[in-house]
Design a protein around this ligand. Structure first.
Ligand code: GLA
Length: 386
């Protein structure tokens, strides 16, 4: 019988065993249904004296460490098929590296996930110039996006759930965006070990919003090497090709017959060197997949990622219409990760649930406009198994 994580954890808990007795690296998670109250500790201090805290929470066999800086997931530990835990999210062990050189490791992204062409858009007849920080374009909210803000963090336990509510007020004009945007992001760990992200925002002027999370996954454990053997399935028949600045051309191209076809699970590395012109522009995969389900009232399946050697499996469900799959192309061996190992190209990958890049300039894409009186609400569910 192939043990899955729940049977391993349940039997370890029943036998009063620590996961170390199963050959793991840390003690067993509390029995399912008993989440631990989030615990706060000092992580570091910013140059202006602001203290940054790290919150640790655990439920249903999943362990999460979150920074008040950027809402960053600094560590996310899940067991393998033998109950052995590993941190499957790339990051750093200190605040200075996050401030100085993070390529958005684990961070909350806003106001706009991915790129806006020329950092410019027109809304209700007015043109807004945003902070440009990626060639000619604005990426992930501009030079000081939500990933570089200190969030107010409020822990909660609710029934069998534990979690954190993160609040940020982005003032009118910040990074060029109109309207004061009040944002709450809720991280919930359920008794099954699912990690749910709820994004909520309101504005006092018409604006555009596209929030996401930038976890870099390596289900073998961060620092353990490349993700080319990970098997990926994306429930999408089309993707959005880009120009050389990675701005969508507006076309929704079919994945059939191209390296972009992940409709059936395949190793990430299988077609990564196929030399498709779109891959050459992006130095790998760095595209938005158009999820077949479209925008849904509730989260529906978007992608599954599995590491065959550890058995660790991640399933992502969302109500968003798009998924940016980025194969860690710009990791270049210059950053030293949490466990002291250097990250090279393809040592982790991102699966960012979102509206499509550059939607404010693409009338045929689903709208990212938020108006006063409306509430922006999206949810992404990460489920783990082994
Ligand atoms: C996103 C983008 C990539 C890259 C990473 C961060 O995934 O699409 O092009 O900017 O973020 O390095």
């Amino acid at each position: 019988m192939e043990l899955n994580r729940r049977t391993v954890l349940a039997s370890a808990a029943a036998a009063g065993l620590a996961a170390t007795a199963l050959g793991g690296t840390a003690e067993a998670a509390p029995a399912s249904g008993k989440g631990r109250k989030p615990v706060k500790e000092l992580f570091g201090t910013l140059a202006d004296g602001t203290k940054v805290h790290r919150w640790s929470l655990e439920n249903g066999g999943t362990r999460l460490k979150v920074l008040s800086y950027g809402g960053i997931v600094q560590s996310l530990e899940i067991p393998d098929r033998h109950g052995r835990y590993a941190n499957v999210s790339a990051g750093f062990d200190n605040l200075d590296d996050y401030v100085a050189s993070s390529p958005y490791f684990g961070a909350l992204i806003g106001r706009y996930g991915n790129r806006i062409g020329k950092g410019r858009f027109t809304l209700d007849g007015r043109t807004y110039q945003l902070s440009v920080n990626d060639g000619d374009n604005s990426l992930h909210g501009g030079a000081k996006g939500f990933d570089k803000r200190v969030w107010d963090v409020e822990p909660f336990t609710h029934g069998s759930d534990v979690g954190l509510r993160l609040h940020h007020v982005s003032v009118d004009g910040e990074m060029g965006y109109p309207g004061t945007l009040r944002v709450t992001v809720t991280y919930t760990l359920t008794r099954h070990g699912d990690w749910i992200i709820d994004y909520e925002a309101t504005t006092d002027k018409a604006t555009v919003v596209n929030l996401t999370s930038h976890v870099y996954w390596n289900l073998g454990g961060e620092g353990s090497g490349g993700i080319e053997d990970h098997e990926l399935r994306i429930a999408a028949s089309r993707y959005t090709p880009t120009d050389s600045g990675l701005i969508p051309t507006g076309e929704l191209a079919k994945v059939a017959g191209t390296p972009f076809d992940f409709r059936r699970a395949k190793p990430v590395g299988r077609d990564i060197r196929a030399g498709h012109p779109q891959q050459i522009l992006a130095q790998g995969f760095d595209h938005n997949w158009v999820l077949d389900k479209g925008i849904t009232a509730r989260p529906e399946h978007a992608a599954t990622l599995r590491d065959p050697s550890s058995g660790r499996t991640l399933s992502i469900a969302t109500n968003e219409p798009g998924l940016q799959f980025y194969s860690g192309n710009f990791l270049d061996g210059t950053l030293t990760g949490t466990s002291g190992r250097v990250y090279r190209q393809g040592d982790a990958l991102c699966l960012e649930t979102q509206h499509f890049p550059d939607s404010p300039n693409q009338p045929s894409f689903p709208s990212t406009v938020l108006r006063p009186g409306q509430v922006y609400r999206t949810r992404t569910v990460h489920s783990f198994d082994a």
